[in-house]
Design a protein around this ligand. Structure first.
Ligand SMILES: Cc1cc2nc3c(=O)[nH]c(=O)nc-3n(C[C@H](O)[C@H](O)[C@H](O)COP(=O)(O)OP(=O)(O)OC[C@H]3O[C@@H](n4cnc5c(N)ncnc54)[C@H](O)[C@@H]3O)c2cc1C
Length: 284
């Protein structure tokens, strides 16, 4: 279907974009890469009168070194995140997960901020961001505010970004030297996962010194598998330790039931994927 007609504005600064949001209010919709919004408009599930395109705001693009952390601009495309040297060195889990998003075509249009602002529970980037203790930088009429991952994802397709605000970037504390793997279970190639697990670990002398585990599509929002992390930290990186820790992955999760699998199936699947993700992050 063809989208309902709308007017279009393409600001070149964050200030101009915020002014447009203030002017057009709930008649406006932000477009980033358009990979999720355009299908919605084409199916006429949403029919904004104004579309505000962030594509010409250069300050929202790219990855910056901020000392103890890196900042990924909201309009950085998936293909650029997946190949960025700062991301590879300091947030390897993000690079691994981004490389699994959709296909090359989608990765050349879709953006890091667009995917996180969309907050699809099956989206691949929320769980890695949460696991890495990312902070979300949001700009609004009153200036900028910073929201931790635990408060950013508020529900199904719902985030802390209000209608008059923009996500401008995501700050990720450096996890330099941490190994990582994102294990994604799909029924169809190049698509969202039925369930996925991101694991990133710091290992020294065979002992796991740090562990961060994020779960995708195990609830309305991305989840962190705190029980698994606790069972790993301080332990020798053995097969038995990994297996026992992974068995805890579904604790506290309330996964959905849909045509791809019911909740019990996902509860089992996530323990298998967690074991694989940790094992592969350990180099196995
Ligand atoms: C065929 C196909 C397969 C896909 N497979 C996967 C997959 O395997 N894994 C996966 O994770 N994703 C997948 N996606 C989704 C893809 O990652 C999109 O890029 C992403 O969901 C949205 O990013 P975008 O930049 O295109 O945002 P848009 O579609 O432009 O916007 C998405 C939503 O976020 C809002 N928004 C965008 N940017 C901002 C901002 N800076 N501040 C506030 N609000 C904002 C928009 O208003 C809109 O509501 C797939 C998409 C397609 C079409």
């Amino acid at each position: 279907m063809i989208p309902a007609s709308f007017d279009y504005v393409a600001p070149t600064t964050v200030e101009e974009a915020l002014a447009a949001l203030a002017q057009y209010g709930d008649e406006a919709k932000i477009i980033a890469g358009g990979q999720s919004l355009l299908p919605v408009l084409r199916m006429r599930l949403n029919a904004p009168e104004w579309v505000i395109d962030l594509g010409r705001i250069d300050s929202l693009k790219g990855v910056r070194d901020e000392g103890d952390s890196i900042l990924i601009g909201a309009m950085t495309r998936h293909c650029d995140v997946a190949t960025d040297p700062l991301v590879a060195e300091h947030a390897a889990l993000v690079a691994r997960a981004t490389a699994t998003v959709a296909d090359e075509q989608v990765r050349h249009r879709g953006t890091f901020g667009g995917a996180l602002a969309h907050a699809d529970p099956a989206g691949d980037l929320g769980a890695p961001a949460l696991a890495l203790d990312a902070e979300f930088v949001i700009a609004g009429p009153g200036g900028e505010r910073v929201v931790p991952g635990s408060e950013f994802f508020q529900g199904l397709f719902e985030t802390a970004v209000s209608e008059d605000e923009l996500l401008v970037g995501v700050r990720i504390p450096k996890h330099t030297g941490w190994t990582a793997h994102y294990e994604k279970f799909v029924r169809v190639a190049h698509q969202w996962p039925i369930c996925a697990v991101g694991a990133t670990l710091k290992v020294s002398g065979g002992v796991i010194e740090g562990a961060a585990i994020g779960l995708t599509n195990m609830g309305a929002t991305p989840l962190r598998a705190a029980g698994v992390e606790q069972a790993l930290v301080g332990q020798q990186a053995t097969e038995e330790v990994v297996r026992n820790a992974a068995a805890l992955a579904a604790d506290g999760a309330e996964p959905p039931s849909d045509l791809n699998g019911d909740a019990d199936y996902r509860r089992h699947l996530v323990t298998v994927l967690t074991r694989r993700a940790i094992t592969k992050a350990l180099g196995g």
